[in-house]
Design a protein around this ligand. Sequence first.
Ligand code: DC
Length: 229
Amino acid sequence: MKKITIAIDGFSSTGKSTIAKQLAKKLNYSYIDTGAMYRAVAYFALEHQLISEKYFDIEEIVNQLKNIQLHFEYNVESQVSEIYLNGKCIENEIRTLNVSNYVSKVAEIAEVRSFLVDQQKEMGKNKGVILDGRDIGTVVFPDAELKLFMTALPEIRAQRRYEELIAKGEKVEYEAVLKNLTERDLIDAMRKVSPLKKALDAVEIDNSHLTMDEQLEKIYQLSIEKIKL
Ligand code: DC
């Protein structure tokens, strides 16, 4: 069967990674969570005190990129492709609200973007791959055979993310999650380099009122149509 590239873009917490993982399993494709790569750089910057509420050392973040080695490893037990920073698994560390609060600022840095985009292009070059992010269909793989653009109402997205964080034991308020999400949407859509926007040939999926099964079936059918072409 022909292998294709599937690009999934969209706003924060629209369930991009959930659907990407489900679809990857069903198609036997590999999955690349590009947001995890931006989160890893933000985590590194936080750990090295290069970013805080009052401080943002862009020059040193760019200078430190040479000391950042990222790779993904599939964890058979959790069935998750986990991200490693310099040999250490940081899958849990990058999912905190603290990292979420800084990641969009880090993702605005042009050098960080090109550093990560080059790696994403390399990882996906053999097709049979699903990538999710903000610029996959517009910048990373503009020739992807299938492009999806995910949306959902902000309040529904915030509720989903809030429940996820609570389930992980984080002490967060719903309002803080909603605020973080709307701020990130704005920064992601307004930034100069590779802003979040729907590619002209992307299919928009609003999953505010879709069940997981309905969504998976819809997207699976779209994939099969492209694979059969
Ligand atoms: O998908 P996510 O929430 O884990 O992504 C984290 C942040 O990384 C998000 O706020 C925007 C940024 N990002 C990006 O700019 N480009 C991508 N391809 C993926 C993520």
